[in-house]
Design a protein around this ligand. Sequence first.
Ligand code: PLP
Length: 396
Amino acid sequence: KPRVSARLAAIAESATLAVDAKAKALKAAGRPVIGFGAGEPDFPTPEYVVEAAVAAAKDPASHHYSPAKGLPVLREAIAAKTLRDSGYEVSPDNVLVTNGGKQAVYQSFAAVLDPGDEVLLPAPYWTTYPEAISLAGGRAVEVFAGADQDYLVTVEQLEAARTDRTKVLLFNSPSNPTGSVYSPEQTEAIGRWALEHGIWVITDEIYEHLVYDGATFTAIQRAVPELADTTIVVNGVAKTYAMTGWRVGWMIGPTDVIKAATNLQSHLTSNVSNVSQHAAVAALTGDLSAVATMREAFDRRRRTMVEMLDAIDGMTVPTPRGAFYCYPSVEGVLGRTIRGRTPTTSVELAELILEEAEVAVVPGEAFGPSGYLRLSYALGDDDLAEGVGRIRELLA
Ligand code: PLP
């Protein structure tokens, strides 16, 4: 018998790991590596959030187990925040607080999938989705949208991929890795199509506050209220409040699903750290001025990066209007000989860029098909200009 279960042995090694390990090794050897790999804001958590956590840590009430589902005060804050930001009412009873949005992603799939159920997964997609889907017993069916359509899938493409086994549509807008944002009209059309065919929607709204160029975030359940009984929202404080290390996320869904997911979580992780939950209460009940300041910096960096990447021969860069990633197509670079090497995949190109320019980028293979690079612009302005400048020089 194999030592490691077939179920876990099937989890793919993240394609980001190879690049990341090499970048770290180079850095450790004293090389001036610039990293565009990180999926997190470079800012510290706002001070008032940290203060709330300090106060909570000093309160013995925080020192013991609390309800697996989350502190009532936090679930109320999440319900109020949903009304404020998404424009519809939910009961705190329909909120489950999780260890980051990542746990909410897995538990959402686990709550609704049976073996053989298919999930329509718009590609490029965030690395975790296909693994969470297969761990939950489902089958991811990729629906690809390229740079020519701003990485946004259409109802026609979804319909072409639909079968009798389709149970769920994964929806992520603004998107990691592409930074694309669905318009209110596109969101509604997709929501109506899901409703018509009785397809569940798992909507990952973690980048809701990071939109630029007048783009607006549209909650799919706001666009199509009748979806309430078959929609699960995934969200968290990580990206909006620079709180990736605090591990607070949540899922919102119909009563039966939230009950099932809570049962799972009660055996898996129980309650999220009480200190972190109180920090999240402060973040969610405060105003959005800290995120406005960070968004301004991201926006400035986004413009710089798009402009610089666009000037590189062979790259096609749809302007991202959300999150903090650029996702250029590098088809026009592959097959070209650069410093004696001829990369034919984005993994090979990312390796070349790391070795020759000492810049770390994530290859498209981590998010679906080859032929793309993901660059996060959540890093300082000077590093950003220096890093993209090095790539431009290398590929010139
Ligand atoms: N969803 C998306 C699309 C993400 O990019 C991330 C983080 O990278 C998450 C969810 C999960 O974030 P966390 O678990 O840190 O809350």
